[in-house]
Design a binder for this molecule. Structure first.
Ligand code: AMP
Length: 314
């Protein structure tokens, strides 16, 4: 793997490939020089790779078809490709395309050299408020964009946030994401995502909307500052019970401003949770992020977003 090309690629190739990229759908494994494994997920392995014709470095997520036979997994992959492939925002991991052969489906992803926020948090135990605020601002920007395009992510957690070479956070893994025409009249009911991040209305099997992502942002905010999610318990039912019933208790070392934003985000009633615009204008965010509400605002979609995706029965 020719990592010496990395800097060059970072500067020019991304923009080049986004505007003049070859049709990645017609590529195959032989178009890439595949390097070492950089990660292993539940259903596939992720390898560093160089596109032979452009020298562009990407991450290839390789999924084995026989492991995808289960219907739900195929549906998740379809969502990832259709939704993530059409999003274009500095805080969302770019999905350039995909290809398949007899045995594998391969997703061509933007490479995030610093790995997941989860791994960084495990190394540091918890973050200082400035760093946490900067990360929360970037997640809020990605969610603002996603929600403006009528998409709910539904699996927001530190494992699904990747970090690029400049330390920019990238929202990834749109396997549970779904399109909702009208958030005020959403019929979403499926319980999906990861236990510690599930919103009360979802675990109570009530119809829910984009506010489940706002709840998950509150959980992450707490976790970045304290080191563990606020309702963590041993076992499924005790955790569910705490999510629904317990008020969040925040250690004394957390500042008044950070405490305020956590409480705002972790409102049990979704109607009382703030919009992403309100989050970006909160004093704890403004304190550490210059121009937090206008930065990175409203980049265009790569293509027109697919408005006919209908997963409303999920
Ligand atoms: P996943 O299958 O998406 O859960 O990915 C498994 C692991 O691979 C993650 O925990 C990351 O450490 C790594 N990984 C996935 N995608 C990327 C990427 N685009 N850039 C860098 N590392 C990645």
């Amino acid at each position: 793997m020719d990592i010496s090309k990395e800097d060059e690629c970072d500067k020019e190739n991304r923009a080049y490939l986004l505007t003049k990229q070859p049709d990645f759908r017609i590529l195959s494994m032989k178009d890439f020089k595949v390097g070492h494994e950089i990660g292993k997920g539940k259903y596939g392995r992720v390898h560093l790779a160089t596109n032979k014709s452009s020298g562009y470095i990407v991450a290839l997520k390789i999924l084995l078809k026989h492991e995808l036979k289960h219907d739900k997994l195929l549906q998740q992959l379809e969502r990832e490709v259709e939704i993530q492939g059409n999003l274009n925002h500095p805080n969302i991991l770019k999905l350039y395309g995909y290809f398949q052969d007899e045995k594998r489906v391969v997703m061509i992803l933007e490479w995030a050299p610093l790995g997941t926020l989860y791994a960084q948090l495990k190394r540091q135990m918890r973050f200082v408020e400035k760093q946490a605020s900067r990360y929360i601002a970037q997640i809020a920007k990605s969610l603002k964009y996603v929600h403006e395009h009528h998409i709910v992510h539904r699996d927001l957690k530190p494992e699904n946030l990747l970090i690029d070479k400049q330390g920019i956070l990238k929202l990834a893994d749109f396997g549970w994401a779904t399109y909702v025409q009208d958030f005020t009249n959403s019929s979403l009911k499926t319980i999906c995502g990861t236990l510690d991040y599930l919103a009360p209305e979802m675990v109570k099997r009530q119809p829910y909307n984009e506010k489940v992502d706002v709840w998950a942002l509150g959980i992450i905010c707490y976790e970045l500052l304290v080191g563990t999610p606020p309702f963590e318990s041993i076992g499924f039912h005790p955790t569910i019970q705490r999510i629904v019933l317990d008020e969040v208790t925040i250690p004394d070392y957390v500042s008044r401003e950070a405490r305020d934003i956590i409480i705002m985000l972790l409102q049990k009633n979704p109607i009382n949770r703030p919009s992403m615009e309100q989050v970006l204008n909160h004093p704890w965010i403004r304190m550490y992020n210059k121009n937090s509400s206008s930065q990175n605002s409203q980049p265009k979609l790569t293509k027109t977003i697919i408005t006919n995706i209908n997963y409303s029965n999920c």
